[in-house]
Design a protein around this ligand. Structure first.
Ligand SMILES: Nc1ncnc2c1ncn2[C@@H]1O[C@H](COP(=O)(O)OP(=O)(O)OP(=O)(O)O)[C@@H](O)[C@H]1O
Ligand SMILES: [Mg+2]
Length: 482
């Protein structure tokens, strides 16, 4: 149809609508009026080539904002910041950023699979309520979606789902992530988890790992986060377990932060010693949300989990002072009645499937102390050894901390790293400038001296013992502070 034909069709429609409205007004309030009204609606919808769907902010019997309305609002906010001329700026709960959205009575045109749709925002004043507790509570907002009748199937079946999914994804991107803890003050009666904003600068970019390992972990994490359908199809709960083990200061906790930053997940730092019993443990699990990492640090020290299976193991066997300290620290706080089976059920039992998209991470310095059932595949799917600093790891650190890719001292450092076992945390300590005069070369020189000293100390130590011990590639000696 030409433009002129559309215009005359439009004016004919408008005149008809006017006449019908007059008839409607004249007969309103009686039975004839009711039938006339229905007739008018039928007639108008027959002529109207468009369909309109209204999404109200509040449903009749709920005080909560409709989740569909909220998702549409977020979706349109992104569209409107680019196209609409009148915008509203709001600060949103759980986000530090200002969010722009379309103002009332604005219109936005969206396109989906080549189909044009029109969104308008509107508002009606609710005259029913005379007293309101909140400002503007009586204003009821809505969005109206209009599209051609012939596109009904695509819009209803596919476009609306696309809008809802996008809206949810935007909410996840915009929120401030949280770090939860179950370690509460004595007498605290609030929710089982308390939280602060999760802000940690660690990323996989800054984490120094063996070549190939970083890519492997990143790929594994990204594949997991996109595998909702896969887990559903194979009938598994959408969760994955990581066991990070290795000596202190090798980057296990830093890796957890990098994981959370990569996937934009919240972190639940579960302090097992503060959990009274298995029931409380289950309650904590139920109160976690999706898109989260549930981490139990130093799992070997948190509870005497191995002891429950192997009674005769003495505490005196704890191999070093740091370990004993961690264990004692936990015991002082509270006597926990969490059992190994309670923990196994927490990770892999029926209740563990009540949420989705969750990663469980255990960290430990002593993998050999853990009960095999706790770390079997399916519970802890991926075991990652975070080991002493190799030359490859050192090169990443030197590049990050000093912006040095190669230096003549590197050759000596490579030799020394093959002879003394030092952790990345210890190496990093020498790569941080301590005074304005500390340039890259001075830092590297300081590291070489410290490694040389450690080598001498190690020789003397071994000579005294006359029993050399091999550990991995280097000798098992930890470099002390300078
Ligand atoms: N692989 C690494 N890459 C970059 N930095 C590292 C690495 N390992 C350790 N660090 C640095 O050392 C510090 C301590 O590391 P982190 O706390 O992650 O060690 P950890 O393995 O968790 O130790 P622990 O077993 O004592 O808990 C971090 O602040 C980080 O800066
Ligand atoms: Mg740690």
């Amino acid at each position: 149809m030409s433009t002129e034909m559309w215009t005359s069709f439009g004016s004919l429609l408008a005149s008809l609508m006017f006449i019908l409205a007059m008839i409607n007004q004249h007969f309103s309030g009686n039975l004839l009026g009711y039938f006339l009204q229905r007739l008018i609606h039928k007639f108008l919808s027959y002529l109207n080539p468009y369909i309109e769907i209204t999404f109200h902010e509040y449903s009749r019997d709920s005080f909560d904002r409709s989740s569909a309305y909220v998702s549409i609002e977020r979706y349109l906010a992104v569209k409107s910041s680019a196209t609409a001329t009148r915008l509203k700026a709001n600060s949103v709960r759980d986000s530090e950023r200002l969010v722009l959205s379309m103002d009332d009575y604005e219109e936005i045109v969206d396109e989906y699979q080549g189909i044009k749709v029109w969104w308008t925002s509107g508002m009606t004043a609710d005259k029913g309520r005379s007293i309101s507790f909140y400002p503007r509570e009586n204003e009821k907002r809505h969005f109206v979606l209009s599209f051609r009748k012939k596109h009904r199937e695509v819009i209803v079946e596919s476009y609306l789902k696309h809008v809802m999914d996008e809206g949810k994804a935007i909410a996840v991107r915009n929120r401030t992530r949280k770090l939860f803890t179950n370690n509460k003050e004595e007498g605290y009666a609030g929710s089982v988890w308390t939280h602060v904003a999760f802000v940690h600068p660690a990323t996989f970019e800054t984490l120094a790992l063996e070549p190939g390992l970083k890519e492997e972990i990143v790929n594994d994490l990204l594949t997991f986060s996109q595998a909702k359908d896969f887990y559903g199809n194979v009938g598994r709960a959408w969760k994955r377990g990581y066991l990070l083990h290795g000596p202190p200061g090798t980057g296990k906790s830093t890796m957890v932060a990098a994981m959370a930053n990569l996937l934009e997940y919240d972190v639940y730092d579960l302090e097992l010693t503060s959990v009274e019993n298995n029931t409380e443990l289950r309650k904590l699990l139920i109160n976690t949300t999706g898109k989260s990492i549930i981490v139990i640090e130093d799992i070997d020290c948190s509870l005497d989990l191995t002891g429950q299976r192997n009674e005769e193991k003495k505490e005196a066997e704890s191999s070093n002072a740091r370990d004993r300290f961690k264990k004692a620290e936990g015991k002082d706080k509270k006597t926990s009645k969490v059992t190994l089976s309670g923990l196994l059920n927490f990770i892999d039992g029926l209740w563990s499937a009540c949420g989705s998209e969750r990663i469980f991470v255990f960290t430990t310095n002593y993998i050999e102390k853990l009960d095999p059932a706790l770390i079997r595949t399916g519970r802890m799917d991926k075991h990652i050894l975070m080991s002493y600093c190799s030359f490859e790891v050192f090169k990443v650190l030197a590049n990050k901390y000093l912006n040095i890719r190669f230096h003549e001292l590197f050759v000596r450092i490579q030799e020394l790293l093959g002879e003394v076992a030092v952790t990345p945390a210890q190496v990093v300590e020498y790569l941080i400038p301590k005074s304005p005069e500390d340039d890259g070369e001075r830092c590297l020189y300081g590291l070489v001296c410290a490694l040389e000293n450690a080598k001498v100390a190690l020789r003397e130590h071994l000579a005294a013992q006359e029993a050399p011990q091999e550990h991995g590639g280097g000798l098992n000696f930890c470099l002390g502070p300078v």
